[in-house]
Design a protein around this ligand. Structure first.
Ligand code: AMP
Length: 293
């Protein structure tokens, strides 16, 4: 009797140096295929995988990267303890049929003597940037380098990090980078908590209270639907929701213009409602874009 064969899983080619990456990309390009790129810091979850699936629909080939970028972490942030489950991440990307995984080391991205930083003025010092000085310089500097190396047709980013997506869209436009940027919607747990690698830091009790972020946003969404347009009243409704969760410490509740990130007094056509809070050892963020009808 013939032995049952497991269905063949496509191998996941992996590269480390920029030279290896360029030669693997050149082979993909030789067939004239378009490349969609999904950069990550690993510790993958369904949010990342949803971007891979969207990328797969948008182009013939999908390239992903895993790089925990030291430059975007502040001195008291979680760079050293950020989770790095490499084998699990690779298996997840392989089962999604990713065509190439780039896992650079710090020296591949920041060569000896490196002095160049990319900074998007104006948008980088508010909201997340106000709480995390230098964070977006780190993000822009790494993503500019990743894009220069991969040279993808498409870049997929998550709406979960709305300010990051906005800043990277601005950077790519300002630097005349030949890439189309797409945003994938925020993927959530069943109770509404946005998927995040940092959710792993939460204790059971903290995890239960972390739902405050999405519940606060849901309260604001309902008020907007009902016609409320005062940013102060929307913020107050979120804060009231959070009052029931003593383990949740507000960092900011912001109702801003989705393009300039300037605070709004009154919501007109469009707004970004964005929140950040400390829950135990984790700092969590969430948001929703509002497009009035
Ligand atoms: P990170 O590994 O946290 O740097 O995230 C890599 C990419 O995945 C970024 O574009 C994020 O915005 C995106 N992402 C993270 N969490 C989610 C989520 N819950 N839903 C959708 N995209 C996400």
């Amino acid at each position: 009797m013939a032995a049952k064969r497991k269905p063949a899983r496509k191998p996941l080619p992996r590269v480390r140096s920029v030279a290896q990456l360029r030669s693997a990309i050149a082979k993909l390009r030789a067939r004239g295929e378009r490349i969609a790129f999904v950069p990550t810091m690993g510790a993958l979850h369904d949010g990342h995988l949803s971007l891979v699936r969207l990328a797969r629909k948008s182009a013939e080939r999908v390239v992903a990267s895993i790089f925990v970028n030291p430059l975007q972490f502040g001195p008291n942030e979680d760079f050293t303890r950020y989770p790095r489950p490499a084998a699990r991440d690779r298996a997840m990307l392989a089962s999604e049929g990713v065509d190439l995984l780039w896992e650079p080391e710090v020296k591949d991205i920041y060569p000896p003597g490196d002095l160049t930083r990319v900074n998007v003025e104006g948008l980088s010092n508010v909201l997340e940037g106000a709480s995390r000085p230098g964070h977006y310089t780190g993000v822009c500097t790494v993503v500019a380098r990743l894009l220069n190396a991969v040279q993808p047709d498409h870049l997929w980013l998550g709406q979960k990090d709305a300010q990051q997506a906005l800043i990277l869209e601005r950077m790519a436009a300002d630097l005349l980078m030949p890439v189309r940027i797409f945003r994938g919607p925020t993927v959530r747990e069943e109770d509404g908590l946005a998927r995040s690698s940092r959710n792993a830091y939460l204790s059971h009790a903290e995890r239960q209270q972390a739902v405050a972020l999405s519940q606060g946003l849901a309260a604001a969404w309902i008020l907007l639907k009902e016609g409320e347009r005062s940013a102060a009243r929307l913020a107050a409704a979120i804060r009231r929701e959070w009052d029931g969760y003593p383990l949740v410490r507000e960092d900011y509740i912001a109702i801003v213009d989705p393009v300039t990130l300037a605070p709004l007094k009154t919501v007109r056509a469009e707004a970004l409602v964005a929140v950040a809070a400390h829950v135990g050892p984790a700092r969590l963020i969430d948001n929703f874009p509002w497009r009035g009808r």
